[in-house]
Design a protein around this ligand. Structure first.
Ligand SMILES: *Cc1c(COP(=O)(O)O)cnc(C)c1O
Length: 386
């Protein structure tokens, strides 16, 4: 098309970015309809950004252009051997009219760690952040406002080499796409019931559990179906070796709120009587950026925060004696989701009264307020897009 502008700019000092705005963007009326009820992961913006890596050349051919399907050779390596990684982060309209992305530097760093584990080239962190800025900037009209809404960004990279031999590919495509999103779970912040999976595991020591890679999700789907068959919303993963330590819930990290005054029969006291436990990063867990942010916020509230081993037995015992007052899961897509009940072959555990707890609710509101710029960003988490 002749009316496509070609505006060269830079992704990094040595990586020029070709910009070709879409000649057929979604019209404003349809876009407004989508933004009014975006759902999750169903609608995409007008543009995408792609960068290619080729052995011997490195990163090249960065292009910000129309959102369009891909054409792949049937022998494309990723389709056979799953050499692929991804990220998830969000852009928000701020209360002051600005536009910002939450902690893109942390996602950039994790994208590099995931790449290293999958024997893929690392996209330089500054190129990752610049790509996010460029895509959000061109598609800023797609950032929904208010409540639980945001523009969900999905960077991903996969082996594009057409070759059936088993080895790290010699060519990769890194893509950035964006999807306006509302609440991740259709029922909103209602507590979920989880299934403690004793038949399947997500990650093994020495495996890929700490990398954000599609294979971990592919391996989780059967367990998710099993959870649904048990009337549960989500799977909770246990450690692969002893099947006793709690690791994660689906694609989210976990927190347990323990009120030690209840074990000691005391009243009053200060916030440090309340312990927030999140499973330690043993190498089989994904190091969530939401998890990291909540550890920081909880410590500011002077709760005792521990990254430690927590077993199903401790979960059951503390739910029974009343010292376990809240359990919640956290991640970029759903922010914070309360957990009301846990089921396993061994029976059912109800946490407190099964309703969202006050610490769960307060942390969720605080994090959302930071992300929307309603309260001051004391931590440098808000990355403004000019
Ligand atoms: C992405 C992900 C998380 C959450 O990470 P955030 O950075 O908080 O979004 C947790 N567990 C798994 C398995 C994940 O893939």
């Amino acid at each position: 098309m002749t009316d496509i502008l070609a505006r060269p700019t830079q992704l990094t000092a040595d990586l020029p970015l070709q910009v070709s705005p879409s000649a057929s963007p979604v019209d404003a009326v349809r876009r407004a309809e989508i933004l009014a009820d975006p759902g999750f992961g169903q609608h995409f913006t007008d543009h995408m950004l792609s960068v290619t890596w080729t052995r011997g050349v490195g990163w090249h051919n960065a292009l910000l252009g129309p959102f369009t399907p891909l054409q792949l050779h049937p022998s494309t390596a990723v389709l056979h051997y799953s050499q692929t990684i991804f990220e998830g982060l969000k852009a928000f309209n701020l209360d002051d009219g600005g536009l910002a992305v939450f902690r893109p530097d942390a996602n950039a760093a994790r994208f590099q760690r995931s790449a290293a584990r999958l024997a893929m080239p690392g996209l330089p962190e500054d190129a990752f952040v610049a790509a996010v800025e460029a895509l959000v900037s061109i598609d800023r009209a797609w950032v929904p406002s208010g409540g639980d809404r945001s523009l969900y960004l999905r960077p991903f990279m996969f082996a594009t080499e057409a070759y059936l031999g088993v080895r790290p590919a010699h060519e990769y495509l890194c893509l950035f796409i964006a999807s306006p999103s509302g609440a991740y779970f259709p029922r909103g912040v209602k507590p979920v019931t989880v299934w403690l999976s004793e038949d399947f595991v997500r990650a093994t020591p020495g495996g890929t559990g700490a990398a954000k890679t599609g294979g971990n999700y592919a391996a989780s789907l059967l367990a998710q179906e099993q959870a649904a068959a048990q009337g549960c919303d989500q799977v909770v993963w246990l450690d692969a070796v002893e099947r006793s330590a709690v690791e994660e819930m689906g694609g989210m990290n976990l927190f347990f709120v323990i009120d030690h005054r209840r074990t000691h029969g005391r009243r009053g006291g200060d916030p440090s009587d309340i312990e927030l436990v999140t499973p330690e990063l043993t190498g089989t867990l994904l190091a969530g950026i939401t998890r990291d942010a909540l550890i920081t916020l909880a410590r500011e509230h002077e709760y005792a925060v521990s990254e430690r081993r927590i077993t199903v037995a401790e979960w059951r015992d503390r739910a029974a004696d009343g010292s376990l007052t809240e359990v919640f899961a956290c991640g970029t897509a759903a922010v914070i989701t309360p957990i009301g009940k846990a089921r396993s072959n061994g029976g059912e555990i109800t946490i407190a009264d099964g309703e969202p707890g006050p610490i769960t609710t307060a942390l969720r509101e605080e994090l959302l307020a930071i992300q929307h710029g309603t309260v001051a960003d004391r931590h440098g988490w808000i990355h403004r897009i000019g």
